[in-house]
Design a protein around this ligand. Structure first.
Ligand code: A3P
Length: 327
């Protein structure tokens, strides 16, 4: 990645003091330095063929997809969805990436949940079939997945990058200690200075792999918005599940924006609470809600014409050799 001191400085300066992070390039991926603490454990993670994985670039509809996949693999039994999502469908690299975990590790908060301070081992010890969320790009997934030695079924969800950027901005205000403005955030997005960037390495990495690896299914946030029952049926077929129309409808209702927004097992109230309790961002209070807006095309309201033009050029440049990928 090209060094750019101005962008690196911007990435650092737009975080509140306690959240300020030294970042590294790990195999071309922008990550907090503390990721190194778990990198080997992720690389060597023992994968199982019956694992259920959901992967994505942050803010692409991961939580929505996790709950859909969980519902499908549990035959739309909503009783099983009542426990906290992060406990039943944890986030593999949480401990090495997410600021809550990193501050907790620095400050030693042993009373915290294990999925926060020891996420890789928490995932390792889940009962089968393990359900695992991961935001790493394909080139940083555990070796056994990359080589095809193990073939867990992976659902990858993608979303229009302009909406991802808007959503990521609000997410960063709420959960990452971001204190810059939206325009600065767009610079960081386009300049690949956000965790897991570059965006296109992520999305196109999985897009290309999904063509040759039948254990990866590629879905889109926008298709879930247009016809959720259809995406539920495709996901069920991917997992070899037969869901009746009434099960599909029940699950679609459970997955509606209104229902998810008020569901405490999904809406990350607990994470926001931990941030406040631990004063992760000092006296700075998290603002907003995780299940926030959930629409397509928010960028039209939020971005200036000039920024839209820059995004459009960036999209066209990156898709020059991937003309079959539709944003
Ligand atoms: P917005 O910030 O645009 O509202 P992730 O889980 O990858 O972090 O993605 C979060 C985004 O998915 C948020 O987008 C959130 O509102 C949206 N989302 C979550 N559940 C949803 C649902 N049931 N319907 C529509 N959008 C949903």
């Amino acid at each position: 990645m090209k060094p750019d001191l101005d962008l690196d400085r911007l990435a650092y300066e737009t975080l509140v003091d306690k959240a300020k992070t030294k970042s590294i390039w790990k195999d071309g991926v922008f990550l907090p330095e503390e990721y190194n603490r778990i990198a080997d454990a992720v690389e060597n993670f023992e994968v199982r063929d019956d694992d259920v994985w959901v992967c994505s670039f942050q803010k692409s509809g991961t939580t929505w997809t996790q709950e859909m996949v969980w519902g499908v693999t549990h035959d739309a039994d909503l009783e099983t969805t009542k426990t906290y999502l992060n406990e039943r469908f944890p986030f593999l690299e949480f401990t090495g990436i997410i600021i809550t975990a990193r501050v907790a590790m620095r400050e030693n908060h042993p009373d915290l949940e294990r999925w926060i301070y020891d996420s890789v081992n928490y995932c390792k010890d889940l009962p089968a079939p393990r359900h695992i969320k991961c935001h790493l790009p394909f080139n940083l997934l555990p070796r056994q997945i990359r080589t095809g030695e193990k073939k867990p079924k992976i659902v990858y969800v993608a979303r229009n990058p302009k909406d991802v950027c808007v959503s990521f901005y609000h997410h960063s205000l709420l959960l990452e200690g971001y204190c810059g403005n939206f325009q600065q955030f767009c610079e960081l997005f386009l300049g690949d200075r956000l965790n897991y960037a570059p965006y296109w390495n992520h999305v196109l990495g999985f897009w290309e792999k999904s063509k040759g690896m039948d254990n990866i299914m590629f879905i889109r946030f926008e298709d879930m918005k247009t016809n959720l029952p259809d995406v539920i049926r495709k996901t069920a077929a991917f997992y070899g599940k037969q869901l009746s129309d009434s099960q599909v409808n029940k699950l679609a209702e459970h997955l509606s924006f209104a229902s998810m927004k008020k569901n405490p097992s999904l809406n990350k109230e607990r994470t926001v609470e931990i941030i406040s309790e631990m004063k992760v961002f000092g006296e700075h209070r998290p603002k907003g809600e995780f299940i926030r807006n959930g629409t397509v095309g928010q960028w039209k309201e939020k971005m200036s014409d000039e920024t839209i033009a820059r995004f459009n050029k960036w999209i066209a440049d990156n898709l020059k050799n991937h003309l079959d990928y539709k944003v």
